[in-house]
Design a binder for this molecule. Structure first.
Ligand SMILES: [Fe+2]
Ligand SMILES: [Fe+2]
Length: 139
């Protein structure tokens, strides 16, 4: 299996909110840590995965609050993706067994892909809304 490509945050992924940008950077780095543990064959993957899911829940709460505060029209679609993702991860975690290599790989593959593509696609859309509404507010 191909090694996972580490996630790299870049200024072009800004959502025009300093706190959320910091959270995205941290999310990328925690994900990279979990992937590194996996690739080094660590048996201690589960606690790190749980920490990652917990951090994701914190991030999602922050994001939802910002979207609601600025009346983002795409809130429902965003939150639907958030809920589906957390549900799926929690389901993976419930079935997690260290010896089940396929399940672990599938879970990490999904997680790696989702975090990156959600952040640089869906999240950028509310970022544009924030940029626009916050600029308008300042006038
Ligand atoms: Fe996000
Ligand atoms: Fe999001």
């Amino acid at each position: 299996m191909e090694p996972f490509k580490p996630l790299a945050w870049s200024p072009q992924y800004t959502v025009h909110d300093t706190e959320l940008d910091t959270q995205h950077q941290k999310l990328f780095s925690i994900t990279n840590e979990v992937l590194a543990l996996y690739e080094n064959g660590s048996a201690e993957l589960l606690p790190s995965l749980r920490d990652l899911v917990e951090y994701l829940c914190t991030h999602i709460r922050s994001e939802n609050k910002v979207m609601l505060d600025c009346d983002y029209p795409g809130y429902a679609a965003q939150n639907k993706q958030h809920v589906e993702f957390i549900d799926k991860l929690q389901n993976f975690l419930k079935n997690y067994r260290e010896e089940d290599e396929n399940l672990t790989y599938n879970m990490l593959f999904y997680l790696h892909h989702w975090i990156y593509s959600h952040t640089i696609n869906m999240d950028l859309k509310y970022g544009q809304h924030l940029l626009h509404t916050r600029t308008v507010d300042k006038k």
